[in-house]
Write a protein that binds this ligand. Structure first.
Ligand code: ACO
Ligand code: OAA
Length: 371
């Protein structure tokens, strides 16, 4: 038995939800470029959960259900208030809160497809309220109650900032949500599938996935990109900062990918939005710095930007705190995690690979006195 490091190239599941073939990403056969230009996040949620696009009344029903289920138990917010708010990372707060949501769901361990679908809606609805509520509570503000008449993207920005967003903000945020919704068997989705393949519950699956997304090699990279941009500070500093990192063989966050070789098809949409939004917010240098970094990394390392690189300047332009970037990724990816969880339940088998043992040979127990 020989281990494949990082399971590279191993096909570990069948899925109808999304595919990456020759650097083209599709959700249920729809090209991500097509969906980004045309679909609302709610439509994508429906697509991922039902493997078809919704009709008008089906979309209206899902939108209504997401709006009606957006409130969270007060205990979630009370718990946030008890946290060391100066130091706790929002991803840690989110991971804990999703677990606690399961505690308050009387159907948490009810495993019928109907009950799992109801939990899917509750989770997708509430996660936006959890992330925005945490952000406000740590600033000493009260959470803003969701407005049922707003769509998912607009509601998120409304609950975060306490004022209704402009159409261009809604459009950009909706696109970002669509772009992050699913991505085949990435680390966090695989984690979710492994978890629920033991027939554990939906909340456990999503909680486990949040833990996997949090790391800087995965979803956590978007916050690290912003940290890098802030450290660089101006266009003049890009070259020396990046060159030093490359000379020290450090990784540049937001570049490289396990699957894509020529490029991540999501990055161009975020790049376009970054250019537009940074101009509008009077911070065009952020985009110019990003492009300069991009050209250096592509030029020297032949590594294309991934989804996390230009999303950083997009979220910053939407006035979002930098440590909320990864929680926002989780808000969107919850739709994909849930789709994969439901798919796993529908045709389940325990996921239990083997390990190549590389430790010592047979040994005889030695009592503690004789060691
Ligand atoms: C939503 C997402 O999860 S997208 C990915 C987000 N993560 C990041 O942006 C973090 C930075 N990128 C990386 O760490 C990697 O490219 C990963 C984790 C995304 C993919 O990793 P892997 O497929 O395991 O590639 P691995 O880390 O083995 O890298 C292969 C080679 O490319 C180099 N490399 C890969 N990414 C980078 C990078 N961002 N900057 C500099 N060098 C890099 C590695 O140093 C390694 O070089 P070597 O062969 O000389 O040692
Ligand atoms: O697929 C991956 O390995 C990581 C990624 O881009 C994502 O999860 O969106």
């Amino acid at each position: 038995m020989t281990a494949t490091r990082g399971l590279e190239g191993i096909v570990a599941a069948e899925t109808k939800i999304s595919s990456i073939i020759d650097d083209t990403l599709t959700y249920v056969g729809y090209d991500i470029d097509d969906l980004t230009e045309n679909a609302t996040f709610e439509e994508v949620v429906y697509l991922l959960w039902h493997t078809r696009l919704p009709k008008k009344d089906e979309l209206a029903e899902l939108t209504k259900e997401l709006a009606e289920n957006a409130e969270v138990p007060q205990a979630i917010f009370d718990q946030f208030k008890s946290y060391p708010l100066d130091t706790v990372h929002p991803m840690a707060a989110l991971r804990s809160a999703i677990s606690v949501l399961g505690v308050f769901d009387s159907e948490a361990d009810e495993m019928s497809p109907e009950a799992n679908y109801r939990k899917a809606i509750r989770l997708q609805a509430k996660i936006a309220t959890v992330v925005t509520g945490f952000s406000r509570i740590r600033k000493g503000l009260e959470p803003v109650a969701p407005k049922p008449e707003l769509g998912y993207a607009a509601n998120f920005l409304y609950m975060l900032h306490g004022k209704e967003p402009a159409p261009i903000e809604i459009e950009a945020f909706n696109k970002a949500l669509v772009l992050h919704a699913d991505h085949e068997l990435n680390a966090s989705t695989f984690t979710a599938r492994v978890c629920v393949a033991t027939l554990s519950d939906v909340y456990s699956g999503v909680t486990a996935a949040i833990g996997a997304l949090k790391g800087p090699l995965h979803g956590g990279a978007n916050e690290q990109v912003m940290k890098m941009l802030s450290e660089i500070g101006s266009l003049d500093n890009v070259e020396s900062y990046i060159q030093t990192k490359l000379d020290n063989k450090e990784k540049i966050m937001g570049f490289g990918h396990r699957v894509y070789r020529k490029g991540d098809p999501r990055a161009k949409h975020l790049r376009e939005m970054s250019e537009k939004l940074t101009k509008l917010t009077g911070k065009p240098e952020l985009y110019e710095m990003s492009v300069k970094i991009h050209d250096m990394i592509v030029g020297q390392k032949k590594l294309p930007a991934n989804v996390d690189f230009f999303s950083a300047s997009v979220y910053d332009s939407l006035g979002i705190e930098h440590d909320l970037f990864t929680p926002i990724f989780a808000v969107s990816r919850t739709s994909g995690w849930i789709a994969h969880i439901l798919e796993q339940y529908a045709n389940n088998r325990l996921i239990r690979p083997r390990a190549e043992y590389v430790g010592p040979g047979m040994q005889k127990y030695v009592s503690i006195e004789e060691r």
